[in-house]
Design a protein around this ligand. Structure first.
Ligand code: SAM
Length: 338
């Protein structure tokens, strides 16, 4: 348990800081400082750290990035992790571009669940938002996930004036591929995200829009859940989620931490400092020594980044200085894993 009694349970493993899209709210810059290649953990190193986390209570792991499917042979990593005792849930978040080619290998390796990020169904809008003409590839990835898994999740960041007119079409599309859609409030996560309060569509506004079209929407009761999404149901039973990190942070139940591809461990999406696990690992630290570092780090955890950000109001103060981002690429969302 950390300082606020939150258990260490969920680990987001970022396997690369590289991405094959350039979503304007996530990677708006023309060039980035990438993690040095020699710093990226080998799969054996990642697997050893995963063992440490599992021994301390983690039982859910999500592979992310950057774009995780850009990392060579991700199914091999999935195979190493999926077989570990104590792991209850192994998921992957992807933009879907490379998914159709890899889905069979991922399933075969033991990946439990897939989430695909998709913000728009309009070709031109997709091109403008992501700066790549890859909507067809994403649709192919989603179709492949539906074929192989029978169901999936779709994550949509809702941006005012960009895709806030697509809530109903995205709900309908998701239904057609047996996906549960989760609408995400635009977050000021530090990094270069071009965030501004005017661009946020709140949970309240999303629910109003959906209720105008679908009628009564009821919350789905999930006592004790630490999931970021609050789930709702339409009258016909279709369920969907809203992740209201910006207007209604859920720090009090947050059991997530993040490991970057180069072995930095962050206790909060908003944290500006992480714990270097690569150095002790490569210097030959024993399992007990690594457990002591992670255990002590978690017990001392006081992070409530989204609540702190909300308390700041509209003044932007998270990581305001571009120079700082250049000095430390870990502060970017695509490095620490969304
Ligand atoms: N490349 C993978 C993908 O597209 O899902 C995984 C990494 S991506 C950083 C993970 C998620 O973070 C995506 O759904 C993306 O839309 C979301 N994201 C990035 N920046 C965000 C922001 N400022 N606010 C809310 N969500 C954001």
């Amino acid at each position: 348990m950390d300082t606020f009694g939150r258990p260490l349970r969920n680990l987001r493993l970022s396997v690369t800081d590289r991405c094959n899209l350039r979503c304007e709210y996530c990677m708006p810059e023309d060039d980035y400082v990438w993690l040095p290649r020699e710093d990226i953990l080998h799969f054996e190193e990642t697997s050893r750290l995963v063992d440490i986390f599992l021994s301390l209570g983690v039982d859910k792991i999500r592979l992310t990035g950057g774009e995780p499917l850009l990392r060579r042979d991700v199914p091999a990593l999935v195979r190493m992790i999926a077989a570990k005792p104590g792991l209850k849930d192994l998921a992957l978040t992807t933009n879907g571009v490379l998914l159709a080619d890899q889905i069979d290998a991922l399933k075969d390796a033991g990946l439990g669940r897939i989430t695909v990020s998709l913000d728009t169904l309009h070709q031109e809008r997709f091109k403008k938002l992501t700066r790549f003409d890859q909507l067809d590839a994403v649709h192919a990835g989603i179709a492949a996930a539906y074929r192989v898994y029978g169901r999936l999740k779709i994550d949509t960041v809702v941006l005012r004036g960009v895709n806030d007119d697509e809530l109903v079409p995205l709900m309908e599309y998701s239904r057609s591929v047996n996906a549960e859609v989760r609408f995400i409030e635009y977050m000021d996560v530090g990094g270069a995200s071009r965030w501004s309060p005017e661009r946020v569509v709140s949970r309240r506004a999303m629910l109003d829009t959906l209720a105008r079209h679908y009628g009564v929407i009821v919350p789905v009761d999930e006592p004790g859940s630490s999931a970021p999404a609050e789930r709702f149901a339409l009258e016909d039973g279709t369920t969907f989620g809203i992740i209201a990190s910006t207007t209604a942070p859920f720090c009090s139940t947050c059991d997530r931490s993040r490991l970057t591809a180069d072995g930095m461990w962050y206790l909060c999406l908003y944290a500006t400092h992480g714990t270097d696990l690569r150095a002790p690992l490569r210097q030959g630290a024993s399992d007990d020594a690594l457990k002591a570092i992670v255990g002590a780090g978690w017990r001392a955890r006081t992070d409530r980044g989204a609540e702190d950000r909300l308390a700041l109001g509209e003044q932007r103060a998270f990581v305001p200085i571009q120079d700082l981002l250049r000095k430390d690429p870990h502060l970017e969302m695509h490095t620490r894993g969304g």
